[in-house]
Design a protein around this ligand. Structure first.
Ligand code: 5AD
Length: 350
């Protein structure tokens, strides 16, 4: 299968059956090989620089009831919060002073955070920080709403499709949600001109290898600027509390597949991967990831944004811990970049 990996690097794709076999039969040696190939491609495109994005979790209130997610509407056991505009701007200020040039506003689908309010927040951040990128990750909105946020100054939007297969989508979400709607949102975001991110959880309940192959092929067609891949991790207050986590091996295999297929995509080593294994972030980078997203949220709220058990939010996961992060990255030959880190299409062969 080494030849397939070489071909994946050259031609940026494989046949569905080859992907399927790679996903089921990749042993430790082959995993090391594909990780190395992907790391090389990442080094060729980005050098040894890792972009940082300041994550601001603006609300853990959500109208949705996704079975995997700790901040689902049906969880009565978490303390809900919503940051004020002042608090969000304060997070940006602290982030800016630490060197962040991208702010990611992430939150549940909170009906109290109306389009007007979000638009105002984006407008104010844009005015205050003209040199920064604003990324939103606020779930499904109408095309019109996405357009308003874009005009207000947002540049990027993260919306994982979670799974391309509709039957699997229905296993992860209540009936009122639809995979089709999610895909329409992604198309709208792309059409409007956002740098668009999508992705999946690895090892989510009910996920089959065929589902993952469909996800790979969907992402190939969509050509998103950002690809978010992290392991599923159970949360104790959800219907999936007893389900097993995704594995580090499967996650870094997929990271490498995506890096080889999408050399210039912005791919984070996710917090979920860092939560699953103490060396998760490093393993992600050594498999081709080139972004990390430290937490800029106020300390008191951080533990309330618990999407899964034991979500990492201290040390290298936090903005205060940038020095720790810098050390971890140095130890594997990388450095933090304080550039904005916009998507740049690669034009050469790697
Ligand atoms: N485990 C891993 N990732 C999760 N997310 C939500 N809940 C979990 C979980 N239990 C991810 C989803 C979502 C992103 C913000 O967090 O993929 O898109």
């Amino acid at each position: 299968m080494k030849q397939w990996i070489d071909r994946l690097r050259r031609e940026r794709t494989l046949r569905p059956e080859e992907f399927r076999q790679l996903l089921t039969e990749c042993d430790a040696e082959l995993l090391r090989y594909i990780n190395k190939q992907a790391q090389e491609v990442s080094l060729l495109h980005f050098g040894n620089k890792i972009y940082i994005r300041g994550l601001i979790e603006i609300s853990n209130c959500c109208r949705n009831n996704c079975y995997y997610c700790g901040i689902r509407k049906g969880n009565p056991n978490i303390e809900r919060y919503r940051l004020t505009q002042e608090s969000i701007l304060d997070c940006c200020k602290q982030g800016y002073e630490s060197g962040f040039r991208t702010f990611v506003l992430q939150g549940g689908e909170d009906p109290v955070l109306t389009d007007n309010k979000i638009e105002r927040i984006v407008t104010n951040i844009r005015q205050e920080y003209p040199d920064c990128a604003i990324t939103l990750s606020l779930g499904e909105k109408s095309r019109n709403t996405y357009e308003r946020f874009f005009k207000a100054g947002a540049n990027r939007y993260l919306l994982r499709h979670e799974t391309y297969n509709e039957a699997h989508y229905q296993q992860l979400h209540p009936a009122e949600m639809s995979g089709k709607r999610r895909l329409q949102c992604l198309q709208d975001l792309k059409d409007i001109g956002y740098q668009t991110g999508t992705g999946i959880m690895v090892g989510s309940p009910g996920q089959t290898v065929e589902d993952i192959v469909e996800d790979i092929l969907f992402i190939e067609r969509l050509r998103p600027e950002m690809i978010g891949i992290g392991p599923f991790l159970p949360h104790h207050d959800t219907p999936f509390a007893q389900c097993p986590s995704g594995t580090v091996a499967q996650t870094v295999l997929l990271l490498s597949i995506f890096r080889l297929m999408h050399p210039s995509a912005l791919i984070p080593a996710t917090t979920a991967l860092a939560t699953l294994a103490s060396d998760g972030r490093e393993r992600g980078i050594l498999a081709g990831a080139n972004v990390v997203m430290p937490n800029l949220s106020p300390r008191e709220e951080r533990k309330k944004y618990e999407l899964y058990n034991d979500k990492a939010s201290l040390e290298a996961e936090s903005a205060e811990g940038l020095i720790v992060l810098q050390k971890q990255l140095n130890a594997i030959g990388y450095e933090i970049s304080t550039e904005r880190g916009d998507f740049i299409q690669c034009t050469t062969d790697y």
